[in-house]
Design a protein around this ligand. Structure first.
Ligand SMILES: CCCCCCCCCCC/C=C/C(=O)SCCNC(=O)CCNC(=O)[C@H](O)C(C)(C)COP(=O)(O)OP(=O)(O)OC[C@H]1O[C@@H](n2cnc3c(N)ncnc32)[C@H](O)[C@@H]1OP(=O)(O)O
Length: 264
């Protein structure tokens, strides 16, 4: 049986029509594997074609975690062919979200490292739970891996050049308060208010005529999207070559062990 990895539906409560809520529910930590990425892309594609849908809130059904980022098990000990397929799915998710015509809001109700942070940053607006135990950021270098140029571009477009240098080179994970300070997230609220606040924020964004907002969004994001679009195949090749290196595989193995030991 196929596992439902997310729920998407159009809500009509409190006068808020045309807004879908996508809840990632891939236990234990919503790590982005091929199945979840594919489900997310298909759901977004359907919403994008649905004329009654104008906005999307993405959140998590897992406690304490928005998304643990890319599933390391999809990149560790796998064939080059598998790694290539996986990377295409990551690219697809980014392209669909970053270029979405919908108003997209991330309701970040838990930690959101690496690919989880990337996903949140593709949205138009980010609301995070004000819990100092949670963290968000692009921590790739801490795993001994390198975030590709389009991860870097997304971060730079969000927080600026100097902050990106520090954040990316040091692989920094920020507390919600720090993330707000550097502009990685836009608003902090108590944990139980993340979704309602996202709904309120959505009302403000939906007050703008769609065509004007969409053209403006595209004008700002298109150069970044085009850069990946014109380099997709090379980017896959680079990823496969990089991730297949013995030294990188070793780093990933050590990191996975560390995650397990930390738990014990
Ligand atoms: C020259 C340039 C070329 C460039 C080419 C490209 C190069 C490659 C670029 C790749 C980009 C990668 C992006 C990523 O997203 S990598 C993933 C990074 N993610 C992390 O570092 C997060 C790790 N996880 C955590 O910190 C915690 O799990 C978290 C805070 C999210 C939750 O903590 P919690 O205590 O609630 O949960 P546990 O740690 O106990 O985890 C539960 C189980 O889940 C496993 N787990 C966690 N995260 C992942 C993951 N990302 N992938 C796979 N598995 C994960 C964890 O091991 C536990 O498993 P067990 O129950 O079996 O022990």
């Amino acid at each position: 049986a196929t596992k439902m990895a997310l729920r998407a539906g159009l809500r009509s409560k409190r006068g808020l029509t045309g807004v879908a809520v996508m809840r990632m529910q891939s236990p234990p930590v919503n790590s982005l594997n091929l199945e979840l990425l594919t489900d997310i892309c298909i759901a977004l594609e359907k919403l994008e074609m649905d004329k009654s849908c104008r906005g999307l809130i993405i959140t998590s059904n897992q406690p304490k975690v928005f998304s643990a980022g890319l599933d390391i098990l999809e990149m560790y000990g796998k064939s080059p062919e598998h790694c290539g397929e996986f990377w295409k799915a990551v690219q697809e998710m980014w392209l669909k979200f970053y270029g979405s015509n919908l108003v997209t809001i991330a309701a970040i109700n838990g930690s959101s490292p690496a690919g989880g942070c990337l996903m949140a940053m593709t949205c138009d607006y980010r609301i995070m739970a004000d819990n100092p135990r949670y963290s968000i950021g692009l921590n790739e270098t801490q795993l001994g891996i390198v975030a590709p140029f389009w991860f870097k571009d997304t971060l730079m477009n969000t927080v600026g050049h100097r902050t990106t240098e520090m954040a990316l080179e040091l692989g920094l994970l920020y507390s919600p308060a720090e993330a707000l300070k550097i502009g990685m997230v836009d608003q902090l609220v108590p944990e139980d208010q993340v979704l309602t606040t996202a709904t309120e924020a959505m009302t403000k964004w939906l007050a703008i005529p769609d065509h004007a907002r969409q053209i403006t969004k595209s004008m700002i994001r298109k150069p970044t999207i085009d850069k990946l679009m014109s380099n997709r195949e090379d980017d896959v090749k680079n990823f496969v070559k990089f991730i297949s290196k013995d030294s990188i595989q070793k780093s990933l193995g050590v990191y996975l062990e560390m995650l397990k030991k930390r738990k014990a």
